[in-house]
Design a protein around this ligand. Sequence first.
Ligand SMILES: N[C@@H](CCC(=O)N[C@@H](CS)C(=O)NCC(=O)O)C(=O)O
Length: 199
Amino acid sequence: MYRVHGMTGSGNCHKVRQILELTNQPYEWVEVDLLAGATRTPEFLAMNPNGKVPVLEFDDGRTLPESNAILCYLAEGTAWLPEDRFARAQVLQWLFFEQYSHEPAIAVARFIKVFLPEDHPRRAELPGLVERGNRVLAVMDRHLAERAFFVGNVPTVADIALHDYTHRAADGGFDLDAFPHVQAWLARLLANGFREMTA
Ligand SMILES: N[C@@H](CCC(=O)N[C@@H](CS)C(=O)NCC(=O)O)C(=O)O
């Protein structure tokens, strides 16, 4: 059985829960208290030298950090990660997009608005993040105008990676009403068994 070291309320961590539940793989969840410094202990840094959740721990003690690497590992051999070489590369395209363009704008805006105090200096970053995030959402909206899912005709780990922080985008000050194809895609994912991140 896998052990997932994660924080409830983190989209990166919820991705791991999502693939495990969608593929019926049993797991144990270990809640990591970031604010108490739990990712800075020698024990945690031995699992992930970068000191971040999520981390997937195997029965034999091996550990795998980075949410999208974990998604690919857990999806191997299922329809969630296509076998076809080009389709698989397209899935990777969207996983890299998520980490380089989507998460640094949309998740960071949410982090600042939800988790930092009203008078925190990082609030000055919000207008720039919202502008960048809206460009990212427009890219997704254009792509989804002609497709049901990011790659192919069934959902893949690309959809899982992009789902959580998108459906919580309003937390960071984004208005999804401006992106109807993104909204339709979110509803389609729910109809396909996806769970929303509640916290
Ligand atoms: N690229 C990483 C990002 C992980 C990440 O940023 N995790 C955050 C929580 S969402 C974290 O652990 N932050 C603690 C810290 O940076 O000290 C992934 O996708 O797993």
